[in-house]
Write a protein that binds this ligand. Structure first.
Ligand code: GDP
Ligand code: IMO
Ligand code: MG
Length: 429
């Protein structure tokens, strides 16, 4: 089973890091293809807890080659800090590869991210403030800096000066900030080159050669389907394509080489930042999910918004990603809830929608139509097979499976590496 894509089905933080780690021992490469250090993945191994942002979660599996592919935006200072931090904990990072074509996040991207959010006031997106949007905007505007540019001082200087010509006007005249000196940026970027050089590769060539040699590749998505710039709740999205197609453009591996698409979904839903969220809870059950599920951002520490499972979102994710398998995480968090609501359709001003409405105003006005499933009170965290789960927990999973458009192959029932129930192999039919 050579190439597998793993994506988030909802609004992020579904437990992609844990799912990637679960597959770590069975794959040869783990490839990050979108986003940057806006991501925050927690992986719990025994008593050790790792928070990864820019590095693929596969870095924690010995033997795996971790790859930061061309679709990622790289803050090099953050990359080195993250490498230092996990190397200090004894993790071998020597196999890491970074694409020569990946774009670089600089100080002016971070600054623009923050000031433009402030400028939006009530309409702000609630970004992570890491410079993600401005770096992708430069890429699309063809004024971005790529990793390979750092190795040619002349080109680098020309590009940074070109980019700052316009941005400094914006910063000074619109945002009332000081202008940024291009030399400062160039000097900082050049100071990274010695350490960066050995990591930089033609990752598209290498990944295709690895596939030719029969190796197994796992593409690890950051963010999630509903945060996709094309398929998510635009404009309340990130600036990349976290859906499965992004794995191809973001890595230079073609669609006909992808064999499986795994989507990770929580047994309920969370969202960080602004934007519509039909099943959002504002009462004590929302607070209960936040507390019990420990729903606080890994990157920004913000409390996550919480809501009931939304099967329209999962069906939509199944469709736009071509999902073959779901990993359903955090089933343990629902233990003790007497009747568990699941959204099966929306009511939009009196009209029933069985699929996500294409019109954004309809989505903003969508009220969930719930079905209620009986809960369970037994502790499920020690179960290691589906049969060990209480009948109501099994029935809940089976109902979600019927509603969500693909089989649920793995269930998460605790944060630890071993807290999983495998119903079907994620690697084989
Ligand atoms: P990611 O961004 O998709 O990798 O997800 P995050 O790491 O941001 O958030 C998921 C959180 O849920 C992390 O704290 C995980 O340790 C935790 N987690 C993952 N799977 C499970 C599970 O099945 N049960 C419980 N209780 N926690 C889980
Ligand atoms: P992982 O990979 C949850 C959200 C932000 C904001 C919007 C745009 O851990 O699931 P950005 O900084 O990307 O321009 O912010 O996207 N966001 C995430 N929410 N999990 C993430 O990553 C996210 N990455 C970005 O909160 O609403
Ligand atoms: Mg996260």
């Amino acid at each position: 089973m050579p190439a597998i894509v793993l994506v988030g089905a909802q609004w992020g933080d579904e437990g992609k890091g844990k799912a990637t780690d679960l597959l770590g021992s069975s794959v040869d490469y783990v490839v990050k293809f979108n986003g940057g250090n806006n991501a925050g993945h927690t992986v719990v191994i025994g008593d050790e807890k790792y928070a990864l942002h820019l590095l693929p979660s596969g870095i924690l599996s010995p033997g795996v080659v971790p790859v930061i592919a061309n679709g990622v935006v790289v803050d090099i200072e953050v990359l080195f800090q993250e490498l230092d931090a996990i190397e200090a904990r004894g993790v071998d990072t020597s196999k890491l590869r970074v694409s020569a074509n990946a774009h670089v996040i600089t100080q002016y991207h971070r600054t623009l991210d923050r000031v433009s959010e402030r400028f939006l006031g009530k309409r702000q997106i609630g970004t992570t403030g890491r410079g993600i949007g401005p770096a992708y905007a430069d890429k699309i505007n063809r004024v971005g800096i790529r990793v390979q540019d750092l190795f040619d001082e002349n080109i680098l200087r020309q590009k940074v000066e070109g980019a700052l010509e316009q941005k400094n006007q914006l910063l000074v005249k619109l945002y009332n900030r000081r202008a940024i000196d291009p030399d400062e940026i160039v000097d900082e970027l050049l100071s990274y080159t010695d350490r960066l050089r050995p990591l930089v590769h033609d990752t598209s060539l290498e990944l295709n050669q690895a596939l030719d040699a029969g190796k197994t590749l796992l593409f690890e998505g950051g963010q999630a389907t509903m945060l996709d710039v094309d398929h998510g709740t635009y404009p309340f999205v990130t600036s990349s394509n976290p859906t499965s197609g992004g794995a191809c453009t973001g890595s230079g591996v073609a669609p006909n080489r992808i064999d499986r698409v795994i989507a990770v979904a929580k047994a309920y839903v969370t969202r960080v930042g602004s934007g519509p969220f039909p099943t959002e809870l504002f009462d004590e059950s929302g607070e209960y999910l936040r507390k019990t599920g420990f729903e606080f951002g890994v990157t920004t520490g913000r409390p996550r918004r919480t809501g009931w499972y939304d099967s329209l979102v999962s069906r939509y994710a199944a469709r736009v990603n071509g999902v073959t398998d779901f990993v359903l995480t955090k089933l343990d968090v629902l233990t003790g809830i007497e009747k568990i609501p699941v959204a099966v359709a929306y009511d939009v001003d009196g009209q029933r929608f069985d699929e996500i409405p294409v019109n954004q105003s309809d989505f903003h006005h969508a009220k969930p139509i719930y079905e209620y499933f009986p809960g369970w009170s037994e502790d499920i965290t020690t179960a290691r097979s589906f049969e060990e789960l209480p009948a109501n927990a099994r029935a809940y999973v089976e109902h979600l499976e019927e509603l969500s458009g693909a089989r649920i192959s793995v269930i998460g029932n605790g944060p630890g590496r071993d807290s999983v129930i495998e119903r079907h192999s994620l690697l084989h039919d």
